[in-house]
Ligand binder design. Sequence first.
Ligand SMILES: Cc1ncc(COP(=O)(O)O)c(C=O)c1O
Length: 386
Amino acid sequence: MEIENKHTSGLYNKQPIVFARGQGATLFDIDGVEYLDCAAGNGVANLGHAHPKVAAAMAEQASTLITLFESFYNEKRAQLMLKMTSLVPGLDRVFFCNSGTEAVEAAVKFSRITTGRTGVIAAMRAFHGRTMGALSATYNKKYREPFEPLVPGFSHVPFNDIAALEAAVNDQTAAVILEPIQGEGGVYPADDAYLQAARRICTERGALLVMDEIQSGFGRTGKLFAILHSGVTPDILCCAKAIAGGLPMGAVLMAPSIKNLVPGVHGSTFGGNPLSCATALAALQVIEEEDLPGQAAKKGEYLKEKLQEINSPLIREVRGKGLMIGIELRQKVAPYIKALQERKVLVLNAGLTTIRLLPPLVITYEQIDHLVEKIGEVLALEFKTE
Ligand SMILES: Cc1ncc(COP(=O)(O)O)c(C=O)c1O
């Protein structure tokens, strides 16, 4: 801790725990103390920590071939391309990168080069990443303002408001970018009708629809992708976080509507490296074999019901889909999150007043009961409101 405190960038709110290893939905600190991990590395560890099939695939590939630029062919990459482009009907090409924000950057560039337009419309409360293009699509002033001027052409409309989208999309709009469930912004699901209207408006006006499933993808919401709840097919689907079982990776799935992608337009040194591809293949196989989307749907319902039973006057609303759940309080959540951490339960916030639960999809029912018990316990505590 001393070394990290001395040499860290300073960008992170450090918590005074040193974790040594993980197993399923459990993290162990260096003294072997168990924590229930409902943060999952901010929505990465959908398969749980140290999944043996992911670890085995990674180890095997690490001793075979780790890196290979995408201008050369590789069997693992080809297999992953085949798999990824079979997941959403209509999305039949893929660009590999290394993180969520990179997937969004690529989506913005692909939208501009396809349409020859520059406008990008995002939603209020949206979070799409922290590099300059993705940050321009992100809404929160706290992240944006220190870095202005950002990329020109970006604007924000109220989420779930069809009329606002109708009014905003015009012949300068390259893309509309939306999260099917806003994560960081407060766990707000998009209405099916809103996504369907977004699809129609984009098609009518020659703009592209980009869905950011970086947080909601890979089973989290009860389906492989959250867009499958609404039946909407975007032109571009951005993925990252859980795609490779915890290894850094991003991917951009594309419809045939995406054009003009020729050598030099975009690229990535690490993108599509065999290590990430082999690991993602194993992760996707586990997601299917263990029916993690189905598990997320059932466990999410169970968790939501149990949370409703807490019946605390502090709870304003419990919302979300599958195992992407927000508990909005009538008070700031920070002291409650700290109290949960003291009780060895890790959760996230989403804005100032929402507790965000993103547990591994392999969390057990017993662990869910424990989580709910601890949430009930801390909500009975009294903290001074500021
Ligand atoms: C919806 C969404 N988009 C983009 C990002 C950025 O991803 P990364 O942190 O991998 O750059 C995140 C990260 O939390 C996210 O939740």
